[in-house]
Write a protein that binds this ligand. Structure first.
Ligand code: C2E
Ligand code: CA
Ligand code: CA
Length: 447
């Protein structure tokens, strides 16, 4: 094209291949060729992103997993034997990572040399990191044949948990230093970069092993707290509350050990145990008395739980309407369509679903309408504040009974300790109540 005697030269060429090649290079730059995993650079990138995007109530944790004695394998046998070991340990780390927890899946990258980098975020990052470190070590510690030799690989793990102003590189540096300490302290162990976190995590490990022992020696059992009709004071049913009977078990409240049970997946075992015993108790309890069991949201979608529940109702059709499942309002608000389908099926089979700890979640009316729930249980913090004088709790609980009535739901006020509270609740229209005023949890339903 010419204008004013100036020529413009247009060159058109197909750059698709160049684009692909460049993408491949940048992918390679973030990928480890031996294990086809993200590499250390990708781990920094991922962690930086997570640190920027984390909700306030979660923290990031980094675990650097170092293979013990890789150098010896490389030197004594061959580099390819070392490579084989790295690949196999990577697979075992993946196994442990995918097996645990219900939060988002941890991110696993290959670090330099003998290292893997695992990143995740959770509400109790230190506690969860210790549990994950333990399961990684267990998963890795199985016999393996490398270069015709049997060996049992082990790993040492360094852990860092994000503080308010941490950067990705600082966390990785701290985790690497903790890994060196773990190796120096004798390998096949984990160390935290900060000892406060280590103490808290240690406590969680202790609790987790107490739960396992308690499950083994049958120390868990449901206790029963009466639920009464508010006006008449007559008992209409019971709530089953899990208790641990081990003498060494200073775990007085399930609030202490249930979060650990939740994080380790043991909660499904506890919930199933309670369900079984409640089933037996229900068969001896005169109709129409009911029993309510608590279950963690995880349990609701656990087929080993729901199958057992369905089998029980099929065997004893007379128990329809007498078994109540309590799921916290917060858990109900985040249910997926799968969970909804399970819940609807159970309800069709005669189970009643109640929203527990009502008032502490943030449910919208539309969401409540879509859930197959039969009742609301007012969280005991509202009951406790009813007589505090400032009137806020009273207005809130009045709004909630209005909601229950408007939607045709049963209503239960929890934590009723005084006659004064009971009188206010009756005046507001609450139908049922539970609390120390009527009875504490006991090993058998007290009639
Ligand atoms: P929750 O469902 O809100 O259970 C009621 C809690 O309030 C129980 O505590 C009960 O002992 C306590 N409580 C009852 N009346 C009163 C009262 O008048 N005043 C006061 N201050 N407290 C009262 P507990 O037994 O410590 O249970 C704590 C939580 O543990 C339960 O809260 C429930 O969410 C959970 N939980 C209990 N058993 C199980 C179980 O088998 N499986 C699952 N997944 N969770 C359970
Ligand atoms: Ca409950
Ligand atoms: Ca409750």
């Amino acid at each position: 094209v010419a204008s004013d005697g100036v020529w413009e030269i247009l060159a058109i060429r197909d750059i698709q291949r160049e684009v692909e090649a460049r993408e491949e290079v940048s992918r390679m730059a973030l990928q480890d060729p031996l294990t086809s995993r993200p590499n250390a650079a990708a781990a920094v990138e991922h962690l930086t992103e997570c640190l920027g995007a984390a909700p306030d109530d979660t923290r990031e944790a980094v675990l650097i997993v170092g293979i013990d004695g890789l150098r010896t394998v490389n030197e004594a046998w061959s580099l390819s034997a070392g490579d084989r070991l790295i690949v196999e340990v990577g697979v075992r780390v993946d196994d442990a990572v995918t097996a645990g927890g219900n939060g988002p899946a941890p991110f696993v990258a290959r670090g330099p040399g003998d290292e893997f980098i695992v990143e995740f975020s959770s509400r109790d990052a230190a506690g969860d990191a210790a549990l994950l470190a333990d399961s990684i070590r267990d998963s890795v510690r199985r016999p393996l044949r490398v270069a015709d030799q049997a060996l049992v690989p082990t790993v040492s793990i360094g852990i860092a948990v994000a503080e308010d102003t941490t950067t990705a590189s600082a966390m990785l540096r701290d985790a690497a230093a903790a890994l060196q300490r773990a190796k120096a302290n004798g390998r096949d162990r984990h160390e935290f970069s900060d000892t406060g976190a280590a103490d808290r995590a240690q406590e969680r490990l202790r609790v987790a092993s107490l739960i396992r022992e308690g499950l083994r020696d049958d120390s868990f059992a449901p206790w029963y707290q009466p639920i009464v009709a508010l006006r008449s004071g007559r008992i209409v049913g019971y709530e089953a509350l899990i208790r641990c009977s081990r003498p060494d078990c200073e775990l007085t409240s399930p609030d202490v050990y249930l979060p650990v049970a939740e994080a380790t997946g043991l909660v499904a075992d506890l919930d199933r145990l309670v369900l079984r015993q409640v089933g037996r108790t229900l068969l001896e309890l005169p109709a129409p008395l009911t029993i309510a069991v608590n279950l963690s949201p995880r349990t609701l979608v656990d087929p080993s739980y729901t199958d057992e529940l369905v089998a029980f109702l099929d065997e004893y059709p007379a128990m329809r309407g007498r078994l109540i499942l309590e799921v916290t309002e917060t858990a109900l608000m985040t249910v997926t369509d799968d969970v909804l389908a399970v819940a609807a099926d159970l309800v069709a089979r005669g189970v009643e679903l109640y929203a527990d700890d009502f008032g502490t979640g943030y449910s919208s009316i539309t969401h409540l309408r879509d859930l197959p729930i039969a009742g609301l249980k007012l969280d005991r913090s509202f009951t406790a504040e009813l007589t505090s004088g400032d009137g806020t709790s009273e207005r809130l609980s009045r709004a909630m009974i209005g909601l229950a009535e408007g939607m045709g739901l049963d209503s239960v006020a929890e934590g009723v300790e005084t006659r004064e509270q009971a009188a206010i609740l009756i005046a507001q229209g609450w139908r049922h109540a539970q609390g120390w005023l009527y009875g504490r949890p006991a090993p058998h339903p007290v009639q």
